[in-house]
Design a protein around this ligand. Structure first.
Ligand SMILES: C[S@@+](CC[C@H](N)C(=O)[O-])C[C@H]1O[C@@H](n2cnc3c(N)ncnc32)[C@H](O)[C@@H]1O
Length: 219
């Protein structure tokens, strides 16, 4: 059984993708992809031997060693030009680590990025679109009480507004996501001491803006 988060990430993989899952850890996502015939084969990697060994052991248990190739190493450094990879999947890491991983020459071969970052999605959109990608798909989901955002990027060029980079060009129309952001702002605002006037002002401004965006969704 895999989590709903991993299932939703898997739903963005198509059988045309020649995929590497970087930071695979347990490799449960990759086992799911192969067992469900979404992919015939996949490369998985992790920088930590212990984490990769967990994946190797799960792959062996499922007798999928011929279809799921494991590599130990840092980010895209495990790839060479012999590997015909066109899609990178990275999930369960922070934006800084993800951007470090993408800062690699192999990226020129990559048409599609499936990313579930744990934080700072604005920074992720800003930096990945600068690398020559557009936001193709986005999803907000709650799994076991935790909030997640999945973003799929594809090669392309598009100018995004400040709001689209902040909330996501697709998520900006998602009422559930905007309500989550609104509740976060309200929670933070209630926590801030009254003498932090500028911070309170900024939060009030964002709250008003989010309420407007939410109203627009309902129209
Ligand atoms: C929290 S786990 C996420 C596992 C899985 N992708 C998921 O979404 O459930 C993050 C994994 O990324 C690996 N990792 C972190 N930085 C990495 C890097 N630069 N290159 C490869 N793997 C990395 C860690 O060792 C860890 O196993």
């Amino acid at each position: 059984m895999i989590s709903n988060r991993l299932k939703r990430i898997a739903s963005y993989v198509s059988n045309e993708d020649r995929l590497i899952d970087i930071g695979c850890d347990h490799a449960l996502l990759d086992i799911y992809l192969v067992k469900n015939k979404i992919l015939d084969k996949v490369i998985v990697s992790d920088v930590h031997e212990g984490a990769l060994n967990a994946g190797v052991s799960n792959i062996k248990k499922e007798k999928l060693s011929k279809k799921i190739e494991t590599r130990l190493g840092n980010g895209m450094e495990v790839l060479s030009d012999k590997d015909d990879i066109n899609t990178v999947l990275i999930s369960g890491m922070g934006t800084t680590t993800i951007l470090d991983i993408l800062n690699n020459n192999y990226l020129k071969n990559i048409n599609k990025l499936i990313i579930q970052s744990n934080n700072d999605h604005t920074e992720l959109r800003i930096e990945v679109t600068k690398l020559g990608y557009i936001v193709k798909d986005e999803e907000y989901l709650v799994d076991m009480g935790k909030n997640y955002i999945i973003i799929v990027f594809e090669k392309g060029n598009k100018k995004y507004t400040k709001d689209e980079l902040r909330y996501g060009p697709i998520l900006i129309k998602d009422k559930a996501y905007l309500n989550f952001e609104l509740n976060q702002c309200i929670k933070i605002k209630n926590f801030i001491p009254t003498n932090k006037v500028i911070l309170k002002f900024r939060l009030n401004k964002e709250i008003r803006h989010l309420k407007k965006l939410i109203k627009r969704c309902g129209e």
